[in-house]
Write a protein that binds this ligand. Structure first.
Ligand code: B12
Length: 218
């Protein structure tokens, strides 16, 4: 029987080697060992993706390999998703509209964030990738959202987050904004008048819980 550490390593390796068979084997192994989906995603699959990012940055691998690893990560997440939030309450804690900003197709990190928030009992409406600012606004009104969240992975697309803040402020809607993504920082979010920044999936639930509690106290 593999130890928990070994199974997490297997998940990491499966993404690093974009080995679909290993992704399934390791994911099933994790489930049968009672490893939580959160741990499997953050400490297993996610660690593999971080390693892929580093190797890409160092020029050791190229876009096709990154894409293959991304697919392996998504495949693994799909195995865990049905088990996330199985024990969470059926009543929703609030509606969240999320998407990746216009011009940006990166969405693995956003999927991690969605999975964790759904698991914590929020209703999450994922608009996908390359989403224009107006679409965030319309979806937020339609869904009566408490929070609009947006991911941006590129310096060139960060501006999309600023446009979302502008759109929401123009309509004077009482909706909070939450931003993240590799090139997004707390300083940037403050500079555009956004409400919150969160750097990773494992902290997002705590962050959103805090934001909405603050809302209720208003
Ligand atoms: C995977 C990847 C891709 C995949 C995306 C697949 C997919 N389905 O998403 C593919 C191959 C398609 C791709 C394409 C491109 N990519 Co790319 N890609 C990456 C890479 C290697 C990893 C990103 C990733 O998935 N990480 C794993 C996840 C789990 O982490 P994460 O995204 O950071 O998310 C976590 C947190 O940031 C946070 N978070 C994320 N979103 C949100 C949102 C909210 C609301 C919150 C609260 C938190 C949060 O929580 C997440 C979980 O912990 C990064 C390198 C990097 N260092 O980020 C480059 C990177 C982002 N890509 C880059 C580039 C340039 C491109 C391309 C333009 C390449 C090209 N020349 O064609 C195209 C983009 C086309 C476009 N218009 O968008 C650059 C951006 C440079 C910059 N600073 O502007 C990077 C940084 C690589 C580099 N060093 O050059 N890419």
């Amino acid at each position: 029987m593999d130890t928990k550490g070994e199974v997490l390593q297997m998940l990491k390796k499966a993404v690093e080697t974009w080995d679909m068979e290993l992704v399934h084997e390791a994911s099933q192994n994790a489930l049968s060992q009672g490893i939580t989906p959160y741990e499997a995603i953050e400490k297993g699959l996610g660690k593999g993706m971080i390693n892929i990012s580093e190797r890409f940055n160092e020029g050791l691998i190229f876009l096709p390999q990154v894409l293959a690893a991304s697919k392996a990560m998504e495949e693994g997440m799909a195995v865990f998703e049905p088990f996330i939030g199985k024990d969470s309450p059926h009543t929703t804690k609030g509606n969240i509209v999320i998407g990746t900003v216009q011009g940006d197709v990166h969405e693995i990190g956003k999927h991690v964030v969605c999975a964790f928030l759904r698991g914590a009992g929020y209703s999450v409406f994922d608009l996908g990738r390359d989403v224009p600012p107006d679409d965030f606004l319309e979806a937020a009104k339609e869904r009566n959202a408490s929070i609009v969240a947006a991911s941006a992975l590129m310096t060139t697309t960060l501006i999309g987050q600023k446009k979302i803040v502008k759109c929401l402020k123009e309509e004077e809607l009482n909706i909070k904004t939450l931003f993240g993504g590799a090139c997004c920082t707390r300083k940037w979010v403050e500079s555009i008048g956004g409400d919150e920044y969160c750097s990773c999936g494992s902290e997002v639930v705590e962050c959103v819980d805090r934001m909405l509690k603050f809302n209720k106290g208003d």
